[in-house]
Design a protein around this ligand. Structure first.
Ligand code: SF4
Ligand code: SF4
Length: 206
């Protein structure tokens, strides 16, 4: 169970120019989801989308795969995919649509306490300011051992992480994914990302 809030409209409104296909998760609404804000944004832009599917718990990869296949032609036609879910859900859809630009419509916020167990291959640290839109849908905080936001440390060998040789270097994966969607230039153009740790302090209203 994770909690999400809609990203700043300024950041996501331009994505609608690309005629996106939309995945809208209705999963963790028992905890909190910015349902009304998300639905209003979609309604206001309904003439600018190529299709939409609403799912419960799209973080379940096997389940979402069925829908990605079912809507494959609409997704193919779309200029990008926007996912309104937690960071885990966005990563799942980015993996399933690896040749398409997949964008997060929400930030995942810190939640105190135990959030339950998951068998997913993806993780989200609930950093409060999702970076997946800069990194091809691969989380730099959980896929990189050092949680680096602005590029690799340079220590990888044969694609493996210098800290944990059993795992792939997250930043090599990010580069390859961005290259696949023709966006590797973004790594040069992006602003320097600075993590705001106040967003993960328990009890902080931000
Ligand atoms: S960048 Fe990673 S940790 Fe932060 S919200 Fe996105 S998926 Fe979660
Ligand atoms: S080798 Fe790659 S994954 Fe490991 S710490 Fe360096 S950049 Fe991160």
């Amino acid at each position: 169970m994770l909690i999400t809030k809609l990203k700043d409209k300024e950041e996501i409104i331009s994505f609608f120019d690309l005629q996106p296909f939309i995945f809208r998760c209705s999963g963790c609404e028992e905890v909190y989801s910015a349902e009304e804000d998300i639905d209003k944004l979609i309604e206001d832009n309904k003439d600018r989308i190529s299709g939409i599917v609403r799912l419960d718990y799209l973080c379940r990869e096997e389940f979402s795969k069925v829908y990605v296949e079912k809507y494959s032609s609409e997704i193919e036609r779309a200029g990008c995919v926007i996912v309104f879910s937690c960071g885990v859900g966005v990563q799942v859809i980015a993996k399933l649509c690896e040749r398409k630009r997949v964008l997060a419509g929400c930030d995942t916020c810190y939640l105190n306490g135990f959030q339950g167990l998951s068998t997913q291959n993806f993780d989200c640290q609930q950093c409060g300011e999702c970076y997946l839109n800069y990194t091809g849908g691969i989380c730099p905080l959980t896929a990189c051992s050092k949680g680096l936001l602005n590029g690799p440390c340079g220590g990888a060998k044969n694609g493996k992480c210098e800290v944990s040789p059993e795992m792939d270097c997250g930043w090599e994966l990010i580069y390859k994914r961005l290259k696949k969607i023709g966006k590797e230039e973004m790594l040069k153009k992006n602003k320097v990302l600075v993590r705001d740790y106040r967003r993960t302090i328990p009890g902080n209203p931000e």
